[in-house]
Ligand binder design. Sequence first.
Ligand code: SF4
Length: 194
Amino acid sequence: MAGINLVSCQASNDASCSFFDAPAALRIQLHSPAMHHHPRLAGTPNNFAILQHLTLDMTLVSACLCGIPCRFDGRSKPVDRFVKMLRCGKCMPFCPEKLGGLTTPREPAVLSGGNGFSVLDGTARVILSDADGDVTNEYIRGAKLSVMYALSINPESIYLKEKSPSCGVRCGVNMPGVAAAALIRSGFRVEAVD
Ligand code: SF4
């Protein structure tokens, strides 16, 4: 069954909102159309209708663009429009690298040997830029969870931060990034924001 963990905000040692820290926080599992068959939702058929209503015309946005400090350096890249949308409940932020289990701050990483599609196909890697280390598995995990997130919400639009090994679409080395590639491959149209 396809599904996604929506994680509530709670206190965390992490510098960024634990909404994205799937392993550490409380999770509410929202399942795609079959969710109304979930044993915990049996007898409450309106839950799926409520979810559909809540996410109607929803926009997914790279969390750092909404002002959430989830970047590798512990900072965000706020864009007014998305910060306002988040405040009004008009968009849902997500951070593929956090979904993949990485912390903030974290070592910066780059795509090596190909773009995000190649990483998904196992012919390229994601390596640390300034140290020895391979974070390919975390990036792939984050990309897959991002797709599950998008499938659960069926967003009207997806806006992604450029120049990121996860979210980058066109600008940067070996683009698209891993999460952007996974979303594109799953049929979602993504918009690049620099
Ligand atoms: S660009 Fe994407 S992966 Fe990087 S911090 Fe922003 S939301 Fe997270």
